[in-house]
Design a protein around this ligand. Structure first.
Ligand code: DC
Length: 447
């Protein structure tokens, strides 16, 4: 176990996106949370402000696409945390204060509406976040830049309350602007930000909306922290599940020992009988597909078959510490239920390309056929996609102690001639039916 824990350490990349209109306290909250969690703070508004400042300096008109493209090619925007404050650099020059000037603030919303600028800034923002734990604030972080962000927040507040906050902030920064002008600016910017053709400000799917009008910064911080903590915990757990344990001598010893114990147990308690095991090829990648009666049937196939089989099992199984350990010793591939789990699919295809054997229950759940569950066509998809054979297995038995359990191995179904890289649903359904028909036949005979 200690060995596995050592290998479970992996660099994690975590993205918190905070979207919302101007003056909701996004900047302050982001700064506080970045400090608290030691996340990299990325103020995406500052990237648009830098572009605006550069356009003002170079006197580039909003409609001059060519000059904008040239400027974007050469612009260098960087952010650095210096003693807890975010410093912004434009082509090497510290512009932290200048990008908050009246002139920039007045023009930034329009500049940020230009499609080529948005595309370029989104790419830059993604690059800034690459491989890091980040907290990003802006308008389209959770909708466009990182639609799969780990935490998505939409921070909102009443516009007058926001204007009051911005006015106070300006005073602290010695920016001279009357309250009425601040409010008018905010309203204008809200309208422009929400009605933009590209990257408009809106609540992202799955985002938590927090209205901070009557909340203190501390209360908002607490609310978001709760969401981050929960997600960090879930993500750490998921990483532990998905981490593949390297094949070492120690792992091989663990596997051989568990296999020997369970094999003996199986033979005694379930009076194991194997029929036609020679149908399981030893020298090519195959998918073993069986009917699913009981938790013990997967164990039987893995510990009693002559060939090493990597089963695919629902992710929840790994929540149990003991099963998590067993799962990693036997390289079980975790799969998320109720969605197309691309990660699981990738791992399966990689294993098959590597010449390994996969074990799948197409019924998806125990006694799925009898319960009327829809048979899954993942096995057929992988067999067709990677051109491998499927060995159907019929499992028979009541799984009551000291009664017989039979593993009836059928002749391999040959999908190796398939030339269709992206098989259509009809073809997949047909292959799935062929696999299931063979399994059913094998559950009714022992020849
Ligand atoms: O957050 P801020 O006030 O510094 O943002 C400046 C402007 O940039 C604001 O009008 C909206 C725009 N912006 C954007 O369009 N997309 C982002 N991700 C961030 C800011």
């Amino acid at each position: 176990m200690w060995f596995y824990k050592n290998h479970a350490k992996k660099k994690m990349s975590f993205v918190v996106g905070i979207d919302g209109p101007a003056g909701t306290g996004k900047g302050t909250i982001t700064e506080r949370l970045a400090k608290k969690y030691n996340f990299v703070n990325i103020d995406t508004g500052a990237t648009y402000r830098c572009v605006t400042l550069q356009m003002l300096r170079e006197k580039i008109k909003l409609e001059d696409e060519e000059k904008i493209a040239d400027m974007l090619k050469n612009i260098k925007i960087e952010m650095e945390n210096q003693k807890g404050t975010l410093k912004v650099f434009l082509n090497g020059e510290d512009v932290t204060k200048e990008i908050r000037s009246k002139e920039v603030t007045k023009n930034v919303s329009q500049v940020s509406s230009i499609k080529q600028i948005r595309l370029s800034m989104a790419t830059l923002q993604r690059k800034m976040a690459q491989g890091k734990n980040v907290i990003m604030e802006g308008r389209d972080i959770c909708t466009v830049v990182f639609p799969t962000a780990d935490v998505k927040i939409y921070l909102d507040a009443d516009d007058e309350e926001r204007a009051k906050r911005r006015f106070k902030q300006n005073q602290e920064k010695n920016i001279d602007m009357p309250y009425e002008e601040v409010l008018e600016n905010i309203r204008k910017r809200d309208k422009n930000d929400k009605e933009k053709e590209f990257g408009a400000l809106k609540v992202a799917d799955g985002a938590t909306v927090i209205d901070s009008t009557n909340m203190t910064i501390k209360e908002v911080e607490k609310e978001i922290s709760k969401i981050i903590d929960k997600k960090l915990k879930a993500k750490k757990k998921e990483e532990k599940i998905y981490k593949e344990r390297p094949e070492t001598t120690w792992k091989k010893i663990e596997r051989a020992t568990i296999k020997a114990i369970l094999h003996a147990f199986y033979k005694i308690v379930f009076r194991l009988e194997k029929v036609n095991e020679e149908n399981l090829p030893m020298d090519e990648p195959v998918i073993v597909c069986a009917n699913h009666l009981n938790t013990w049937d997967a164990v039987g196939l893995v510990v009693c078959s002559k060939r090493r089989i990597r089963f695919i099992a629902k992710e929840d199984l790994f929540n149990n510490g003991f099963l998590n350990w067993i799962g990693h010793v036997f390289d079980v591939i975790p799969i998320k239920r109720g969605m197309r789990d691309m990660e699981a699919m990738k791992r399966c295809i990689k294993a098959l390309k590597n010449g390994e054997t996969l074990g799948i229950f197409p019924e998806g759940t125990r006694r799925g056929l009898a319960k009327g569950a829809k048979v899954q066509n993942g096995a057929a998809y992988m067999a067709l996609k990677t051109k491998v054979k499927v060995v159907p297995v019929g499992i028979q038995g009541s799984f009551k102690p000291f009664t017989k359990v039979t593993l009836n191995y059928g002749k391999p179904l040959d999908f190796t001639k398939n030339d269709d890289k992206n098989p259509e649903k009809e073809k997949l359904d047909q292959a799935t039916k062929e696999i299931m028909d063979n399994i059913i036949m094998l559950t009714n005979s022992t020849k």
